[in-house]
Design a protein around this ligand. Structure first.
Ligand code: BDR
Ligand code: CA
Length: 306
């Protein structure tokens, strides 16, 4: 059985990624680690804890970084995921499940060592926790089998012309991860902007009428309302990163050398892809470049109705 930790800033689409991964029989989720991003860490970690209890996912849930490595960014303005991160959804507060006492980077390290090089990571928020584990524990990177992340884009951004949110929120951390030697699969805006769900998908989820399928449908309905108000579409950024790990056939990939801009008047947070090989460095990232969205949607719905 493959072993996975999900490091996330839950987050509506992070929640969908967790729900899908939790229902996938190919992997064992070993823990959920929380990071400041879509909303502040206290909201993210509460969402993760409440979500795990709600769906009966009995795994360690950890607090993580409250601010990025360098910038001090905390999201107080962008309401893409609502004030607390789960849109208009209010989950019951966890009563039986409490936080693991370890901070994310330590939990990540100890779990990686216990897995003897077999641990995989799914990262759907800023990369602060992962960078901290790399910085604090020299043998951490060597013991990660693969890291799948939602972030960046070869072409274009969503926070601004150049930068995608997860990378923009902590470019220094993303740089540390990209230079770490860990095998990386990037699921960026090049594909995620096409991973849009439909009303038919919501109907299929409602028809199943399980706790997971109804929660997923509630989240998608929030996204439809958000889109109607002029906000982001019903885009499955983070569930698509889960698909890279669990249904890789729905995308095509290109290997490329990539780094993150950490300065620049206009380009901080841009993921620079050396498409022409000008720098002569070997590829460090396998970037998803094309998506079969019908195949992805079918996979995602099938995971959410299990
Ligand atoms: C990413 O930022 C967040 O809004 C989403 O959860 C996703 O991880 C998309 O840019
Ligand atoms: Ca996210």
């Amino acid at each position: 059985m493959r072993k996975l930790i999900i490091d996330c800033d839950t987050g509506t689409d992070d929640a969908i990624a967790i729900l899908a991964a939790a229902n996938c029989s190919d992997i064992e989720i070993l823990g959920i680690t929380s990071v400041n991003g879509n909303v502040s860490e206290n909201h993210v970690s509460a969402n993760n804890l409440n979500l795990c209890e709600y769906i009966g996912l009995e795994v360690p849930v950890c607090h993580g970084a409250f601010v990025p490595l360098y910038s001090g960014f905390q999201n107080t303005e962008d309401m893409t995921h609502g004030a607390t991160g789960l849109g208009t959804i209010v989950l019951p507060s966890a009563e039986h499940h409490s936080f693991d006492p370890r901070i994310a980077s330590r939990f990540l390290y100890e779990t990686a060592m216990a897995c003897h090089g077999e641990l995989e990571l799914l990262v759907t928020g800023p990369m602060t926790n992962i960078a901290l584990a790399i910085i604090q524990y020299p043998d951490f990177a060597l013991n990660i089998r693969h890291l799948y992340f939602m972030g960046g884009s070869v072409i274009g951004g969503n926070v601004n012309t150049n930068a995608e949110f997860n990378i923009w929120a902590d470019p220094e951390a993303a740089h540390v991860v990209m230079m770490s030697g860990i095998k990386l699969t990037m699921v960026g805006l090049d594909v995620t902007l096409k991973a849009i769900m439909t009303k038919e998908d919501v109907s299929a989820l409602r028809k199943r009428n399980s706790r997971t399928s109804n929660l997923a449908a509630d989240i998608l309905d929030f996204m439809f309302e958000r889109f109607a108000r002029g906000g982001e579409n019903v885009i499955m950024h983070d569930a698509l990163a889960a698909a890279a790990a669990l249904c890789p056939e729905c995308m095509e990939y290109e290997s490329v050398w990539m780094d993150v801009e950490r300065s620049g008047d206009y380009t901080r947070g841009h993921t620079f892809a050396d498409l022409r090989g000008r720098f002569g460095n070997p590829p460090n990232v396998r970037a998803a470049m094309r998506l079969d969205n019908d195949r992805f949607r079918a996979w995602l719905v099938s995971m959410l109705v299990k």
